[in-house]
Write a protein that binds this ligand. Structure first.
Ligand code: ZN
Ligand code: ZN
Length: 215
C-alpha cells in the first residue's frame, strides 16, 4: 500500500474493504467473509440458541424456564402461539422424529411435539450451521424487537445493520502466520490501522475471534 489508509470518517464497509484489499495486495491472500447472514437466518439460530442455551447474562425470553433461563418448553410447544419469521416446522419434532401437525388450535393426536426429539434436532441446527463453541455460542436476534416464540428484548444483530462481519477463521490463521513471518506485528495491530477491532475476541462465554467491527 502506497499511502496509509485513514479510517476517520469512513464507514465500517469502507474500512473492511480497505483492509481486505490490503491483505490481498500485501500477502496475496483473499480472506473470505460469512455472507449467509439474513434476517431469517439470524432469527432462526437466535431462537434455537434461546431455546437450548441462552448464554446471555441480562436477557431472557418472555416465557422463561425458571431453571435454565431458556424458552419454556410449555411455550415452545404451545400450538396457540403464532411464531414470527421462524416456522415451528423447522424446530419441533414428534417422538417419531416427524414434523408436528396442527389441528385447529391443538396438535393432532399422535403428532404432538416431543421435548427430547426437539432438543436433539435443534442442537443439530446449530452445529450444522457452524455456530461457534460447538453450536453453543450466542446468536443475536434477527428482529427488532425479537418476537414469538422468544420475545427476549435483545438487540438486533450488528451483522444485519452493516456494522460487523465474520471473517473466515482459517484464512485469519493463515494471515496471522504470514504476519509473524513478515515481522509485521499482530493481526489486531493490522486491523487497528484500518479502524477495525475484534470486540468479542476474549468474550467470557461466547468468544468470536472471527468477528470484526469498526472501532
Ligand atoms: Zn429473542
Ligand atoms: Zn459475528
Amino acid at each position: 500500500m502506497t499511502s496509509a489508509f485513514d479510517p476517520k470518517g469512513k464507514t465500517f464497509t469502507q474500512r473492511l474493504k480497505a483492509f481486505l484489499d490490503d491483505v490481498k495486495a500485501t500477502y496475496s491472500l483473499t480472506v473470505g467473509q460469512d455472507s449467509g447472514r439474513t434476517v431469517a437466518w439470524q432469527q432462526k439460530h437466535h431462537v434455537a440458541h434461546m431455546f437450548l442455551y441462552n448464554s446471555y447474562r441480562s436477557t431472557k425470553p418472555a416465557k422463561v424456564d425458571g431453571v435454565k433461563r431458556t424458552i419454556a418448553w410449555s411455550h415452545f410447544s404451545n400450538p396457540k402461539v403464532i411464531w414470527a419469521t421462524v416456522k415451528f416446522s423447522d424446530f419441533l419434532k414428534t417422538a417419531k422424529n416427524a414434523t408436528p401437525v396442527k389441528d385447529g388450535q391443538k396438535w393432532k393426536v399422535g403428532f404432538e411435539p416431543d421435548q427430547k426429539a426437539t432438543e436433539k434436532h435443534v442442537k443439530s441446527l446449530q452445529t450444522t450451521a457452524g455456530i461457534g463453541n460447538s453450536g453453543k455460542a450466542m446468536v443475536s436476534s434477527g428482529l427488532k424487537p425479537c418476537a414469538e416464540p422468544c420475545k427476549c428484548g435483545a438487540g438486533r444483530s450488528k451483522h444485519l445493520d452493516g456494522v460487523a462481519a465474520d471473517l473466515n477463521s482459517s484464512h485469519l490463521t493463515t494471515l496471522s502466520t504470514k504476519l509473524v513471518t513478515a515481522k509485521a506485528g499482530t493481526l489486531d495491530d493490522y486491523l487497528a490501522k484500518f479502524g477495525l477491532h475484534r470486540p468479542l475476541l476474549n468474550h467470557a462465554t461466547s468468544p468470536e475471534k472471527w468477528h470484526v467491527e469498526a472501532k
